[in-house]
Write a protein that binds this ligand. Sequence first.
Ligand code: PLP
Length: 368
Amino acid sequence: MAAELERQGRDLIHMGIGEPDFTAPQPVIDAAARAMADGRLQYTSALGLPALREAIAAHYRDVYGVDLSPARIVVTAGASAALLLACAALVEKGSEVLMPDPCYPCNRHFVAAFDGQAKLVVSGPEHRFQLSDAMVRENWGPATRGVLLASPSNPTGTSIDTEELRQIVGTVRGKGGFTIVDEIYHGLRYDAPPFSALSLGDDVIVINSFSKYFNMTGWRLGWLVVPEGLVPAIEKLAQNLFICPSSIAQHAALACFSPQTTSIYEARKQEFRRRRDYLVPALRELGFSVPVMPDGAFYIYADCSALSNDADQLTRAMLNEAGVVMVPGLDFGEHATRQYVRISYATSMDNLREAVARLKSFLAQARR
Ligand SMILES: Cc1ncc(COP(=O)(O)O)c(C=O)c1O
């Protein structure tokens, strides 16, 4: 609907979009240009360029203090291909996979693609919208094979408590299941020192991407870390499904980890934080409730029940009457979806201020 209105010439402020408004920094663009000029554009190994797998391993050492063999790193076409490969390797017909409700909508479809079934477990604000160990135990049934989490989460921007995650991993391990942790928003975590689920054991499967922190959405590049024993199966799947990830994107991504590029990314992360710190109180003033302070990503999952009893209708009205785009909770699960909207602050501070002003007059008018 927003795209259609824009085609008609409407001026909209996009707070629905799940991608950074920043694009790849200059050193990354330069690296891509060099790869093109040098003709380094052929297929690569299905698992990715060895140099990039080593650079990712070094990233884990430098940022997380995790010593990781590059042999366990599989470079993929974004976190999407990483999720697909993980599900292809682990989900069998009838397998049930636990995931929080709300969560990233594609997760249930990745599981369904391999004839498995997502079991959405209601995860409210009291659990930071994440699964708890008790919830995993309660919901684990005879067909359950694993757990799929994202931290920080889309749509809530909230991270799972480290101790809780440690317990979940222990419980799942005890049941012989798999834990997949999607860390795609990891670089964008504001309030805690970096901690990767990889620290919890070699059996934890971790997904990450160049899309969000590294601002490279359209380049289609991410990675998957798997136990060493799973690499041959994943390699076969990757060869057959994709041949390899984009070679130009891989050469460009090698420039992501230099001190110069890192300082650009860290400055951008601080800008995201500044926006969150502006927007959360502004939303509360408008009448939205933000029950858990998001600590990462660029999302706020706001309770709009004081403004409307139907988030779907409210988002339509905000779009049509205020020209502000948000995503209704309906996209992210089945529970309390009419109570929540996802608000992305991946847009400029000026746009956020303008959106708040527009919403203020829209809501004042709606109350009349
Ligand atoms: C939680 C989560 N996982 C995975 C993805 C897929 O990202 P990509 O394939 O661009 O790396 C997204 C995209 O929004 C996401 O929010």
